[in-house]
Design a protein around this ligand. Sequence first.
Ligand SMILES: [Zn+2]
Length: 218
Amino acid sequence: MDSWWELGEGRGAGGMELAIQDITCPFCMERGNFRVAFHATKRHAQRPKVLNFDTLECGSCKGYVLCLWSAGHGLHGYRVLPWPLKIDTHPKEWPEDVGRMWVQAHRSLEGENWDAAAVMARSGLQLALRRSNAVGSSLKKGIEDVASKGLLPPVMREWADTVRELGNDAAHPAPGQSPTDPQDARDIVRFLDYVLEYLYSLPDQIRQYRARRDERHS
Ligand SMILES: [Zn+2]
């Protein structure tokens, strides 16, 4: 986005009204429990485009967030400040099962549960690779396969070689297994972030872009 006036233009949530039910309080993590405490607007000088500046009050903890939002054609875009630092949902365009594991991997990092974070990240990767029909007996082979089909860029395959937890393919823990190194846990979760971004978010953004372009030319 190059201008705030592009908010809600071709990308965003459904509907012309702010989806308060989708906003999570950054303080108490309750979702959608807000009332509009203050509302102001700014109109574009040339176009029928309005920016809305809303201050929302959380009904649960009485914290406030500032929400800048604007509607386009059947859509609206918004930005909220402050945003929750805890991850509570995955992007809507991701498959539910993969997204759930991604959320749990991040929550495990927040809780400094390094073994759990690595296990969840590996499971999320495995599932994403399976969904992409990856062939290969290990995570690394699966990543190689998906990259060779052009679904992931070569730089991701090279990166995979340096992520130590990707090599830890054992389905069952061995007696005396050493604990996961915190940095290794963070590395594999970061790797998962990028894989999902590339497999699901980028194509979704391109689809939306093309739909917007087709609409303009129709
Ligand atoms: Zn709250």
